[in-house]
Design a protein around this ligand. Sequence first.
Ligand code: ADP
Length: 275
Amino acid sequence: MNTTVIPAVEMEFPLLELRDVSKTYRSGSLEVEALRGACITIRQGEYVAITGPSGSGKSTLMHLLGCLDSPTSGTYRLAGQDVSTMSEEELADVRNRRIGFVFQQFNLLASLTAGRNVELPLCYAGIRRTERSSMAREALARVGLAHRVEHRPGELSGGQQQRVAIARALVGDPALILADEPTGNLDSTSTTDVLGLLADLHAAGRTIVLITHEADVAAAAQRTVRILDGAICADREHVHGGRHTVPERTTHRAGRTDTPETGETGKTGVQGVRG
Ligand code: ADP
């Protein structure tokens, strides 16, 4: 197994490099060209937002970047290595240890406590139970949820569930965080919290790729890549980026409704993530 893919040190290659990547979904006689000749280079330590309207190909791009799917044509290099040459075992290792995924729907297992949910990637990595448990507690403490380790997702607000999902994404100390609409189900307070956590992860050296259709969320990143009808139509660095507050807005809330998380907001922080 190649364990050198995405090392947490400075690399001579870009971390992610897509060259002329296309993705066509086929079902029967129907074809959808979801990505058309996409070229993107993302260096280690960047914080990039991928933005565009619904149906433009953002999730398709995230699935390719996360090695959850493969391109129809074109090349994807991860830390210099052509992903199409990796074995299933190497790809599974990359997905489990090198990339932390955060999804809009949180994707937590309802029957497991927050602690057990965070432990899951460590189970797949074969880490012993006692070590898993302490690593999960530490990750939950980093996202301000040390007091929610034994709670199940249904007992947590949407914002708290997403913070559990972020703890799960960071517990294995991945070099890359891929977040697909992570604030799509959150109110403005929780959105600010989650963006603050991503900013902390970035400050701790992680590469962040944030998929969003919301301009105010994309503004948290240092760079925005805009996608339209499966093609990259703009790629620009922000003059200023980083921590910001999202204006008040009305959004659907998943999970139990609660009051703004007084006492939790502001206590979160992930600067201690290992490099
Ligand atoms: P976005 O994330 O920007 O909303 P997607 O990447 O989900 O866009 O979708 C891009 C296009 O590909 C859309 O037209 C969508 O309907 C289509 N698409 C996405 N996934 C599939 C699939 N599994 N099979 C067929 N078409 C798909």
